[in-house]
Design a protein around this ligand. Structure first.
Ligand SMILES: NC(=O)CC[C@H](N)C(=O)O
Length: 430
């Protein structure tokens, strides 16, 4: 993996943006930017007004020794992280605010990013926890009826680094061939290539507890449902019929909105919340959320899951699914480059239906290591990996991917209804 010599500078096939020859066209485009920035935006648009005259001012140094010159936007400085590529065509704001990307640079394979700016509705959490954003082309204008500010301003305020005008296809091919790579992004000229390379090679993401940095600090109640115009499935008149405790390992808000829309009254609790306290609340069900990093690095969370299993119906999503797998005695492993995107085909083995799903994970459960009685319910059709589990005797269901989408297709939304059915089954028995 680290065989390539340092000093390789990636070519920029569309380097024409540096050329003087487009100066006139660019001036016209910059005036469009100024007009389209909403009145609510304070101050000048960071990074946008300088382009396309801007020359490369950032380097992405990968642990394999390759160096990629790029132009910066958002925050400046030096940041280390794991580079992953995301194939979603839309939804960059939901991706930026998905806490499961903590410690990672998200490289979007879709080349044109930023054209709709950012809005007030599409946040999946209050913060951006990712290490940075890597894109091919940063939209020079922003146009959307919901737009509250341009992407560059938004990232700068949240101290998140972004780069553009970098060959994202070439980096993606490298990640697909060699597997995930650690990288360092820097706008600091004083740092040598060797220093950045050393930093990338001395940094680790495997075995690190990233959940504790993103989980809430104390419990809170959640009431917001999916906005009526966008809801299509749930019976919104259901009221708050089911009491659910949701463990926040880095929870995406759309999981909470979907549960609320399906009739759940939800208490969100921190990752370290004791199982005994959860059970005292007498929940109808417990949700184990998505979250960043290595599921093997959080044994305390596996212990909590173990202490809840079999007592009440549970639903695990992504990290929650991986923790359930470990709590059942199974093993998780790191995938070559993971699944990140909104176009992953999954077969539901119970119905035979194929769902196009939203995914974001680097780890997976090895189903061969699970005890008898655990049923493989979903399979990722790209690589045959485990995408869902059930253990009816212990009232468990889990998905490796994202039924809440956000961003992505809604094919798997029925999973929330299945969780309601699981809880209802127990309620009726009681
Ligand atoms: N979205 C998630 O919950 C990610 C799960 C885990 N951190 C992984 O990368 O596999």
């Amino acid at each position: 993996m680290a065989s390539k010599a340092i000093g390789f500078v990636a070519s920029n096939p569309l380097g024409r943006f540096d050329s003087e020859s487009i100066t006139c066209r660019a001036k016209v485009m910059v005036s469009i930017v100024r007009c389209s920035v909403p009145l609510s935006s304070n101050g000048p648009s960071i990074g946008l007004a300088e382009r396309p005259w801007k020359t490369s001012d950032a380097r992405l140094v990968l642990e394999d020794g390759s160096i990629w010159k790029a132009k910066s936007f958002g925050a400046s400085g030096t940041q280390v992280g794991e580079v992953v590529f995301n194939t979603a065509l839309t939804g960059y704001q939901e991706i930026l605010t998905d806490p499961s990307y903590a410690g990672q640079f998200v490289l979007m394979t879709t080349p044109h990013i930023g054209n709709t700016g950012v809005n007030l509705d599409d946040e999946e959490s209050k913060q951006c926890f990712l290490a940075g954003l890597v894109i091919r082309s940063l939209s020079i204008s922003t146009s959307n009826w919901r737009c509250a500010e341009p992407l560059g301003d938004y990232l700068a305020k949240r101290n998140i680094m972004g780069i553009y005008d970098v060959d994202t296809r070439a980096i993606t091919r490298r990640l697909r061939e060699d597997g995930s790579l650690i990288g360092v992004l820097s706008t600091e000229e004083s740092k040598t290539d060797e220093e950045l390379l050393d930093l990338s090679r001395s940094w680790e993401i495997v075995g690190v507890d990233l959940i504790s940095g993103v989980s809430c600090k104390s419990p809170y109640e959640w009431i917001d449902k999916t906005i009526l115009d966008w809801d299509f499935n749930s019976n919104r008149r259901a009221g708050e019929t089911y009491r659910v405790v949701a463990y926040d390992f880095g929870i995406k808000q759309n999981i909470l909105r979907r549960l609320a829309s399906y009739g759940c009254k939800i208490t969100v609790v921190p990752s370290t919340w004791p199982a005994s306290e959860t059970l005292k609340l007498k929940p109808d069900g417990v949700l184990f959320s998505n979250g960043p990093g290595d599921p093997s690095a959080v044994p305390y969370a596996v212990e909590t899951v173990k202490n809840i299993l079999g007592r009440v119906p549970v639903f695990g999503i992504c990290m929650g699914h991986q923790l359930l797998g470990q709590a059942l005695g199974g093993k998780t492993y790191k995938m070559k480059f993971g699944h990140h995107g909104g176009n992953h085909p999954v077969r539901n083995l119970r119905t035979g239906h194929v769902e196009i799903s939203s995914q974001n994970h680097n780890y997976a459960v090895d189903p061969a290591t699970l005890p008898e009685g655990v049923e493989l319910t979903h399979v990722n059709l790209n690589d045959g990996s485990c995408a869902g589990l059930a253990y009816p005797a212990k009232k468990i269901m889990s998905l490796q991917y994202h039924p809440e989408a956000s961003p992505g297709p809604h094919d798997s939304d029925y999973a929330f209804r299945d969780f309601i059915k699981l809880m209802n089954h127990e309620k009726v028995k009681a």
